[in-house]
Write a protein of this length. Structure first.
Length: 517
């Protein structure tokens, strides 16, 4: 549908921006082509809706063409044009390009900063997003509610609880708490960094809640080993009239599996399909397999997978493998490992799991076979590392890491820790040696696994009244899990360990995960 012949720039600008606002993005771009075909030149009002349309159409070439055109036309100096460009690149997950435009801008306003920040946060460039937030403060620009929500998601993504708290304070000061997106981001940030009480406090104070709010809390409780409470929250959610979605059910099933609630898990899985018409995805299957695997129902888990019409990913088969490891079912474990390798031949996890299973069974020939297989296929493990945040600074440790300025002190603390927990009855379990093997394949002692170094540092640097929060990129090894539980007991500390799978809240020698992970 063309504009009448003789339509001028003003008419085109109005039509283009009307189409963009109505979500008719291809039509907006088509009008622009028609306008240029008629010899009309774009001005600073033409371009922002077009940039937005190209971003929302996920069309990077269109955005690049518009970018070139606006440079040639000398329109880049208009603040709202440059802002639209930063925003378009950010929405297209091109944080580098967004940054380059941002850096060239002679003038910036809160929209510029926010576009860049939220783009970086969405692209998972959390440290960069946080730097932009700090840069914003340094430039004397108050964040808006979108920037606050964006930086909170980066705090959650990179587990920076202390910064998250300071953003929370800023949000209070700026009067942003009534914004649903800010409340949701706060609940989610606190839940993801293991600060459940704070997540709950924010949640309780919120005047309005949506599916995202409830789901953040449900997932938070589930991941922090509070499965039953997570299910109670779900009951309240349904009672409040809020409709659960795909993610809500991941949280629920995770809760059921970690609390060992087999029947409830089966019921929620059915309800998801029949009551809410949500087709189960790989994440739901992974939770179900985990649930059944914990309960030793490995065959039922296998059946469920065989009957599934969903395309399953490696996570699902790794969950089955985890169950096989615990229940020492080598035959099914080998089958599950094959399935993982079919999807991702370079995945190191099955080798670690199989090797662990066989060493528990004292089948050393099979242990050697698995290691040789791993070597011959050239598979290398992602090196394990752990970190602990103290006063807003992250302290990162690798296995046998001596790079920390306080290394000598930390190693003395590890020795002391080991001595005290051995006196308390801890016996090392060397079946886990491969878990944190150094990248060169050489076996290292269990005593200097990264999580232990991080805990030792936590004992030295975190005030006695505060919990020690340790994060690990991989799953915690079984031996460290046992050791750290005991450390929590003999030192009378609360230790919260977030690994690749869930939170372990350790206190008085027990862990919230129930020792299955
Ligand atoms: Zn370990
Ligand atoms: Zn645990």
């Amino acid at each position: 549908m063309a504009l009448p012949a003789g339509a001028g720039l003003v008419a085109y600008n109005a039509a283009i921006s009307r189409c963009a606002r109505a979500g008719l993005y291809p039509r907006a771009l088509a009008l622009f082509r028609e306008m240029r075909g008629r010899g009309l030149r774009a001005d600073e009002y033409t371009l922002p809706p077009l940039l937005n349309s190209s971003a929302l159409l996920r069309a990077p070439p269109a955005a690049a063409t518009l970018h070139a055109l606006l440079l040639r036309a000398g329109l880049a100096s208009h603040l709202h044009v440059a802002n639209a460009l930063v925003d378009a690149y950010a929405k297209l997950s091109r944080p580098g390009a967004a940054r380059a435009v941002f850096d060239e801008m002679p003038r910036r306003d809160v929209v510029t900063w926010t576009s860049l920040l939220t783009g970086l946060a969405r692209a998972g460039a959390h440290d960069a997003a946080v730097r932009v937030y700090r840069g914003m403060a340094a430039a004397g620009v108050d964040p808006d509610e979108f920037a606050v929500a964006g930086v909170l998601s980066s705090c959650a993504g990179s587990t920076m609880l202390e910064l998250g708290r300071s953003v929370h304070a800023a949000a209070v000061r700026l009067g942003f708490l009534p914004f649903l997106s800010v409340g949701n981001s706060l609940v989610s940030m606190y839940a993801k960094t293991g600060a459940l009480r704070d997540a709950r406090t924010v949640f309780d104070a919120m005047r309005a809640r949506c599916t995202i709010t409830w789901t953040a809390l449900i997932v938070g409780y589930a991941q922090n080993g509070r499965g039953r409470q997570s299910l109670e929250i779900y009951t309240d959610m349904v009672r409040s009239g809020c409709r659960p979605d795909y993610v809500t059910f991941i949280g629920l099933l995770f809760a059921c599996s970690h609390a060992g609630l087999v029947d409830a898990g089966r019921a929620h899985f059915r309800s998801m399909v029949t009551d809410y018409g949500i087709a189960p995805g790989p994440d739901h299957y992974a939770c179900m397999v985990d649930l059944l695997g914990r309960a030793g129902r490995l065959e039922e888990a296998m059946d469920l997978l065989n009957r599934s019409s969903t395309e399953l990913d490696a996570t699902v088969w790794k969950a089955l493998l985890g169950g096989c490891r615990v229940h020492r079912n080598a035959e099914l474990a080998e089958r599950a490992a094959e399935m993982v390798w079919r999807l991702d031949p370079a995945d190191a996890v099955p080798y670690v799991m199989l090797s662990n299973l066989y060493s528990r069974e004292r089948r050393w020939g099979d242990v050697a076979r698995i290691r040789a297989l791993m070597k011959s296929r050239g598979v290398t493990k992602e090196p394990g590392c752990s970190w602990v945040g103290v006063n807003g600074v992250m302290h990162l440790f690798h296995v046998e890491d001596r790079g920390h300025p306080r290394a000598a002190e930390i190693y003395r603390k590890v020795e002391e820790m080991m001595e005290r927990i051995r006196a308390g009855g801890y016996v090392p379990d060397t079946d886990w040696a491969l878990q944190d093997e150094a990248p060169d394949g050489r076996e290292r002692g269990l005593a200097y696994h990264s999580e232990r170094l991080a805990v030792a540092f936590g004992l030295l640097a975190v005030p006695a009244a505060a919990p020690i929060r340790v994060f690990k990129n991989l799953r915690v090894c079984g031996d460290c899990h046992a050791a750290i539980k005991m450390v929590a007991k003999v030192y009378g500390r609360e230790i919260i360990l977030r690994d690749a799978n869930c939170f372990h809240h350790m206190k008085d020698g027990a862990c919230s995960c129930g020792d299955y992970w």
